[in-house]
Design a protein around this ligand. Structure first.
Ligand code: PGA
Length: 316
């Protein structure tokens, strides 16, 4: 009886709960019903949603993916500073429920790969749109894989707005990287004047559509919402501003790709995230992690940001 009641309550409140890799959202209605049943008849042992999977607490998370934190080192560092960063990251204590990725400048990837803990995966900051060859100055997906990268950042605002990469080109890059087995951190985000003109959603959806039109599958795509006005400026989006766009992105994926992709795809926030503001941002239900620039160059601060996953957890 107890198990069938649990099953009924679960079905009523989680009609299509996807399988979950470590993190799950709270279910207040289920918990209230369970606690009521346990009080009425203590011989029936029902388990609340917060006791069900994780003894350390549950996570208020709209998506079903694991928290994801990427460090984008951009064009920063020397052999000396990168060695120090690696040793700080190697000695940092990182929460287990988080995918952690760093993206060093290409020339240091081999050094990072050979001296950094395997706990942290490595991403390229860009990749060529197709197979390598006579493309001076480019780095191919095959080379990134060869050197041990699992991910590549594509569509970053600095590549869009400083280098001039266009939506369609970025979409093609994503499709090629995925076809070769790399994961893609797909960046989108509006400029300040676009936000002020009320075009935030239009811009983000257009950039998202270019990815959606090109990629064969979303299994290895993480969407990074990075408002351009927040990148490297110290002007972080408020948790509400970020949450609003993340909900809209999830909704767009649901309407234009599928409900499953909408629920499974991690939507991470980037733009002046640091050790001081990450906890408040992480509490938002649709913020599934972060892409961090400046603060990822400091090992202990980056570890704080990774560990902000704990602020998603509420007492059991
Ligand atoms: P920032 O950069 O954290 O320095 O603002 C973020 C990014 O560009 O990914």
């Amino acid at each position: 009886m107890a198990s069938s009641l649990t099953a009924q309550i679960s079905c009523a409140t989680h009609p299509s709960a996807p399988s979950f890799s470590g993190l799950r959202r709270t279910c207040p209605m289920l918990d209230a019903a369970v606690s009521f049943c346990n009080r009425v008849n203590p011989s029936i042992r029902l388990v609340s949603s917060s006791q069900h999977r994780s003894p350390r607490g549950v996570v208020a998370m709209a998506g079903s993916g694991k928290f994801f934190v990427g460090g984008n080192w951009k064009c920063n560092g020397t052999k000396e500073s990168i060695s120090k960063l690696i040793s700080d990251l190697n000695s940092a204590s990182l929460e287990a429920d988080v995918d952690v990725v760093v993206s060093p400048p290409f020339v240091y990837i081999d050094h990072v790969k050979s001296s950094m803990t395997d706990r942290i995966e490595i991403s390229g900051q860009n990749s060529w749109v197709g197979k390598g060859g006579a493309f001076t100055g480019e780095i191919s997906v095959e080379q990134l894989k060869d050197i041990g990268c699992k991910w590549v950042i594509l569509g970053h605002s600095e590549r869009r707005h400083v280098i001039g990469e266009k939506d369609e080109f970025i979409g093609k890059k994503a499709a090629y990287a995925l076809s070769e087995g790399l994961g893609v951190i797909a960046c989108i985000g509006e400029k300040l004047e676009e936000r002020e003109a009320g075009k935030t959603f239009d811009v983000c959806f257009q950039q998202l559509k270019a990815f959606a039109d090109a990629v064969p599958s979303w299994d290895k795509v993480v969407v990074a919402y990075e408002p351009v006005w927040a990148i490297g400026t110290g002007k972080v989006a408020s948790p509400q501003q970020a949450q609003e766009v993340h909900v809209a992105v999830r909704d767009w994926l649901k309407k234009n790709v599928s409900e499953e992709v909408s629920s499974k795809t991690r939507i991470i926030y980037g733009g002046s995230v640091n050790g001081g503001n990450c906890a408040e941002l992480a509490k938002e239900e649709d913020i599934d992690g972060f892409l961090v620039g400046g603060a990822s160059l400091k090992g202990p601060e980056f570890a704080t940001i990774v560990n902000s996953v704990t602020s998603k957890k509420v007492a059991a």
